[in-house]
Design a protein around this ligand. Structure first.
Ligand code: FES
Ligand code: FES
Length: 854
């Protein structure tokens, strides 16, 4: 028997166990988050006798007799202050890391009531945040400390909530104190636990499966294999090539394949049951990279061959441009796989629901899941319902099926609620990554630095399954020429299947890779011409009315040049400073699916009990979409914050607004919300909100773009493009000291949220450039969460964000989306800064021989 004091209550515990499990499962303290269960992320932080400890690494016996504090145990004053400060400063995005962060902050402020920024960075160095880039968290901590010191009152919530205001995110407070429920925080009566058995090798043949011994184990409810899937066994949003489970006699394609599913009564039984399922494998040599996959005698990973996608974009006369050129830059660049490292590992709960099922998920598109699960079960439309809980980050990594299909299938087969939660290592091994690419890039300019033409050949490692590999390659190709005004391009891309984890959507969607190559090439040309990298961009930048390399005419809202003008002084001054090295890069990024793919945003407003309830399936994954549409509806209708409520996505009520991808939701769902709100505004001229009870106001927006290869002289590939320029400054030792990020955002609906996206994107891109790695050996990831190279607070520089707002379009108030582009230019900018430092032109990421990586 062990005795603890938890949040002021004496707790007696019979048997020793893991502290995080005890707090979460037995005491239901949901502020203690399971981010990694490996001691690396700090999401499970608690205070034990005044010291911060990670609950996942502690046994109860080690904490015997100690005073334990979780966020639930803070005083009301502390909760009010932290909630207010974190919400006010825009420090809460997906929110999954925040309660653990607040615990570290409390321990810090209890010791030091007036911490400096450096004290703060050190105080939260054990807490990873993948969304915010830490800057706004640090501001929130400074504000919290001030409020405590000066005993300030917390200001009342501001009721003016229209467009362009820095309103507090609608979900920030619940997330900060651990009240917002992510899937793994939800407990359903009678819930049991499921888990997949994965192969020991990336490529092997499944010879036999014997489940008898497992079924004899007390507490095992069932063991299921491929033949138990009632409907379609192959899933996939675009190409249906990904089996729910691999059958006996078939080959696995990667380490994350599922061979069988086990369901048990208590989660402690899972590992024991899995060990009792006897599976025989024949190990086969894996295909490790696209070059091996392209070989004539390579094993076929899928029956139609190893080439998933071939993309081609040709305009003008590139040979002529190359012949006329004075200078040419020609290199082959390599970019690695990248792990999304969202803080919340994948989890889903399948629940029997009449003749069908309901699944509670944490994903980026509930209607994708609806379609996939309906197909998998072979049931009629309407028998599957998907509800979203809060989503603890996604960045593209929660678009595919990971646990949702398994939870749904197990609930359907067992007629019980079944939770499936990935361990952090499973999450790392299983979900699709940012594609590794090899990019040949040849770019030509005249004697003044005016671009004449470019040729690029891109090879993408799409891993075991298609996922979004085709569109990602396409976007890499369509953006490879950059946001510059020249017309001779010849781009070809090929994506090959391998036995590596699948490549899929990742913030940047292929542009992170091709932009790295193009921006490095541009800096190389500037060097050859003898002008600055800033000057070569200014000379070639697209301006309104110019034609982009893909043929689209840049519209009036194009503000690329303004992003360059905004960094001119800082760039030039730093360039003269012999103690600093400055690098620069720019980017463009589409909003919306574009290239002829149907794309629709939907948002309805239902009036119930005097409240305008906003309904859309658009997933909020930390980017703040729900607050954006809340502001749009308030702006148009004039309703106040208490009269409007945003529901979580649920296929039973919320209309299909597509996936949270391609920086599309602010434009597409934002515009749909604006249209629905205009209808409500019209109705409010005749009746009060109460009198409109039961009425539904429907908003929908679609955009017809032109496909790639369109014969129009100036095809419209995308509804909008955002532009950005980022400047990275290194100190003498090569440490990134400062980043200035200027973004053409169109119109910021919520400026603090937009700049928070930029902060987070910059840090992600610096990680891509300098520290993050995803080594593989025979298709098996050789990393843990703690060795991915994610930047911590103490490594993050000062980030200054400047938002350029010049788009006058009515469409979604002129917003263009900011989610992806912010995460693109810093990597090539840091490459440029290092070139300035040591003259070495690096062509691979993460950059080698730096202060971060020897
Ligand atoms: S869950 Fe404990 S450190 Fe990550
Ligand atoms: S807000 Fe920190 S991980 Fe999402």
């Amino acid at each position: 028997m062990y005795t603890l004091n938890v949040n002021g209550n004496v707790c007696k515990v019979e048997n020793d166990k893991n502290m995080m499990d005890y707090l979460r499962d037995d005491l239901r303290l949901t502020s203690v988050k399971n981010g990694c269960n490996q001691g690396a992320c700090g999401a499970c932080s608690i205070i034990a006798d005044g010291k911060v400890v990670r609950a996942c690494t502690m046994k109860i016996s080690k904490l015997e007799g100690k005073e334990i504090v979780t966020v639930e145990g803070l005083t009301e004053r502390e909760k009010d202050v932290y909630c207010y400060a974190f919400a006010k400063c825009g420090a809460v995005q997906c929110g999954f890391c925040i309660p653990g962060m607040i615990i570290s902050v409390k321990a810090l402020i209890d010791q030091n009531s007036n911490p400096t920024r450096d004290d703060i960075k050190k105080g939260i160095r054990g807490n990873l945040c993948r969304c915010t880039g830490y800057a706004k968290i640090e501001e929130a901590i400074l504000l919290s400390a001030k409020i405590f010191r000066d005993n300030d009152e917390i200001p009342k919530t501001i009721e003016i909530v229209g467009v362009g205001k820095d309103i507090i995110r609608i979900d920030a407070k619940d997330k900060a104190i651990g009240k917002a429920k992510y899937v793994d925080d939800i407990v359903v009566d009678g819930m049991v636990y499921g888990k997949a058995i994965r192969p020991p090798f990336a490529r092997c043949k499944v010879l036999s499966i014997n489940k008898e011994n497992a079924l004899k184990l007390n507490g095992v409810i069932g063991v299921y294999t491929a033949e138990d899937v009632p409907g379609k066994r192959n899933l996939g949003h675009i190409v249906q090539d990904w089996p729910v489970m691999i059958a006996v006699g078939e080959e696995t394609r990667y380490i994350g394949d599922a061979i069988a599913l086990v369901v048990v009564e208590t989660k402690e039984k899972l590992e024991e049951a899995i060990k009792l399922v006897e599976i025989e494998y024949e190990q086969l040599k894996p295909v490790n990279n696209p070059r091996e996959a392209a070989e004539e005698n390579a094993p076929l990973i899928h029956e139609n061959g190893n080439l998933l996608s071939l993309q081609s974009l040709k305009r003008g006369d590139v040979d002529n441009a190359m012949n006329k050129a004075k200078y040419i830059s020609e290199y082959t660049y390599k970019t690695p796989f990248t792990e999304h490292a969202f803080l919340e590992p994948e989890c889903a709960i399948g629940i029997p629901d009449g003749e069908g099922i309901k699944v509670i998920t944490s994903s980026q598109g509930i209607y994708d899941e609806y379609r996939e699960l309906t197909n998998m079960l072979g049931v009629e439309q309407g028998k599957v319902r998907i509800q979203s809980a809060y989503v603890g980050g996604g960045f593209g990594g929660k678009e595919d099926m990971s646990v949702q299909h398994h939870a749904g299938l197990l609930a359907y087969l067992t007629k019980k609620p079944v939770k499936v939660l990935l361990s952090r290592q499973e999450s790392i091994n299983i979900h699709p990554k940012r594609h590794a690419m090899e990019i040949y890039m040849k770019v030509a300019c005249d004697e003044n630095g005016k671009l004449l033409g470019m040729r690029s050949r891109i090879i993408s490692d799409t891993g075991a399954y298609a996922s979004l590999g085709g569109p990602v390659l396409q976007r890499a190709c369509t953006h490879a020429a950059g946001p510059y005004n020249y017309q001779n391009v010849d781009i070809e891309g090929r994506a090959y299947y391998t036995n590596n984890p699948p490549g899929g959507a990742f913030r940047g969607f292929g542009v992170s890779q091709s932009c790295f190559a193009m921006e490095c090439a541009l800096n190389d040309l500037a060097e050859k011409v003898g002008i600055t990298p800033w000057e070569i961009r200014y000379l070639n930048a697209v301006r309104p009315g110019d034609v982009l390399p893909n043929g689209q005419i840049a519209d009036e809202g194009t503000a690329f040049v303004e992003t360059l003008e905004a960094v001119k002084d800082i760039y030039e001054e730093t360039d003269k400073d012999e103690n600093r090295y400055v690098g620069i890069a720019s980017a463009m990024k589409n909003a919306g699916l574009g290239v002829g793919v149907p794309d629709t945003g939907r948002c309805n407003i239902m009036i119930q009990d005097g409240i305008a309830r906003i309904r859309t399936s658009a997933a909020g994954i930390g980017q703040g979409l729900q607050t954006v549409i809340f502001q749009i509806v308030c702006e148009i209708t004039g309703l106040n914050a208490r009269q409007v409520f945003v529901e979580l996505p649920d296929t039973k009520y919320t209309p299909n607004s597509g996936t949270t991808t391609a920086s599309r939701q602010t434009v597409f769902t934002g515009e749909a919300a604006r249209r629905a709100a205009m209808k409500l505004r019209g109705a409010l001229k005749e009746k009060s909100l109460e009198e409109l009870d039961g009425e539904l106001f429907v908003g929908e927006y679609s955009f017809d773009s032109d496909p790639i290869g369109s014969d129009k002289p100036n095809p419209v590939s995308h509804v909008a493009y955002g532009y950005a320029t980022q400047v990275v400054i290194l100190d003498k030792e090569g440490i990134v000291e400062r980043v200035v990020a200027v973004h053409d955002i169109g119109h910021a609906i919520n400026p603090v949220t937009s700049s928070g996206q930029v902060d987070g994107g910059v840090v992600m891109s610096l990680g891509y450039g300098l520290t993050e790695q995803f080594p593989l050996k025979d298709g098996i990831p050789q990393v843990k969460f703690g060795t991915l190279g994610l930047l911590r607070s103490v490594q993050v520089p000062i980030i200054e964000t400047i938002l350029i707002e010049k788009n006058k379009e009515d469409l979604a108030f002129g917003a263009k989306g900011i989610g992806e582009i912010s995460a693109i230019p810093a990597a090539p900018a840091v490459q440029n800064a290092y070139f300035k430092k040591d003259g070495k032109f690096r062509v691979s990421l993460p950059l080698d021989d730096t202060a971060y990586k020897k």
